[in-house]
Ligand binder design. Structure first.
Ligand SMILES: *Cc1c(COP(=O)(O)O)cnc(C)c1O
Length: 351
């Protein structure tokens, strides 16, 4: 730390991303990326002409992409905010809408804690139930904004839209930030509810189901006034937050939605296949509606499973945290990667 760092940030513990090791080739099942490449149209965006156009700023209004996202989700372009990954949309939402205190689950996406520290917020940590389910009743009288990942990470569990609606109704003055990073892998989005509830902001990403993790593209959908507030902060921070190439790739991806829908189906199928194989080997898997599995084995610790898999060239994620130490989180790769993963797990169990 330099002696110039603002003391406000002295105690900040930054987010720990999953490893992106460069030392050898791994089968990468640790950061929930897609095993499939972006669609053909997206790849054609990366040509010489697009490169030459990089001398020009990107459209600060992201008009075309907003129009396409709006059409896809049955809302108006004024209901859409576009960001550099959904982490940035979350960042702006914290900045804009959380003055003092925010509530979220004890087991959820790590960035919520990081943003809370960054903005000096109090946190109201609401433990998930014994079975890792989230009970919306626990959020009904909190009297402060909350952020909920649905499906949750790293548990993979999904809340039905009816529960979200009950939560919105229980206190119209409490904002609900709903992080739907994994909604395309078997859930139903709550986006239609924004037409009736002005206390809902839904955040999604192109990183997982649309194979664009490296392009950094996320978006938030909510009532016009919420979006205007986010725009005020964006224009006060970085009006060109999404680069030209990414804006174009996002537009093409939305034109080729069928390809991504098919990929999601393939991933769901591979998930269920992997899950049944793991259960046959004695694992307990939570009921995932995402592109990963969260699994524990009665006789091998999460730490050991993680390390032995890594030694064998397969990366998964382990969280050294209360309640979930015994688990590993396994991103669903393609069928061949999962076959290799299962072979190695079998060998570890046989050791
Ligand atoms: C991956 C993820 C995000 C953010 O992804 P971006 O790449 O920044 O769009 C947000 N929330 C959850 C729960 C995630 O798993």
């Amino acid at each position: 730390m330099s002696r110039f760092l603002n003391l406000r940030y002295k105690k900040l513990t930054p987010y720990t991303p999953g490893e992106q090791p460069q030392d050898r080739r791994y089968i990468k099942l640790n950061t929930n990326e897609s095993p499939y490449p972006p669609s053909e149209g997206v790849l054609t965006v990366l040509n010489r002409q697009a490169g030459e156009e990089l001398r020009l700023y990107s459209d600060p209004e992201a008009s075309e992409l907003k129009k396409k996202l709006a059409a896809r989700y049955g809302v108006a372009p004024e209901n859409v905010f576009v960001s550099n990954g959904s982490d940035e949309a979350l960042n702006f939402a914290f900045m804009a809408f959380v003055p003092e205190r925010i509530a979220f689950a004890d087991i959820t996406y790590g960035f919520y804690q990081v943003f809370s520290e960054l903005y000096g917020l109090q946190t109201q940590i609401i433990p998930l139930r014994e079975d890792f389910s989230l009970a919306v009743e626990d959020y009904e009288h909190i009297g402060c904004p909350c952020v909920i990942a649905n499906p949750n990470a790293p548990t993979g569990l999904l809340l039905p839209v009816s529960h979200i609606e009950r939560l919105l109704q229980s206190d119209p003055n409490r904002l609900v930030i709903l992080d739907e990073a994994y909604i395309d892998f078997g859930g139903t989005t709550a986006i239609p509810l924004i037409q009736r509830y002005d206390n809902l902001l839904v955040i999604q990403t192109c990183s997982k189901s649309r194979s664009l993790a490296g392009a950094r593209l996320g978006y938030a959908i909510g009532c016009k006034s919420l979006i205007q507030d986010l725009e005020t902060l964006r224009f006060s921070t970085n009006p060109y937050n999404v680069n030209r190439l990414t804006l174009k790739m996002g537009c093409r991806a939305l034109e080729e939605q069928d390809y991504y829908d098919e990929n999601c189906l393939r991933i769901i199928e591979t998930r269920e296949y992997t899950r049944s194989k793991l259960e046959n080997m004695g694992f307990r898997c939570l009921d995932s509606k995402t592109n990963f599995l969260f699994a524990e084995h009665p006789s091998v610790s999460g730490e050991r499973m993680y390390q032995e898999l890594k030694d064998r060239g397969i990366l998964v994620r382990h969280f050294d945290r209360p309640r979930i130490r015994s688990f590993i989180r396994i991103t669903i790769g393609n069928r061949k990667e999962m076959e290799e993963f299962l072979r190695q797990v079998e060998a570890i169990l046989a050791d």
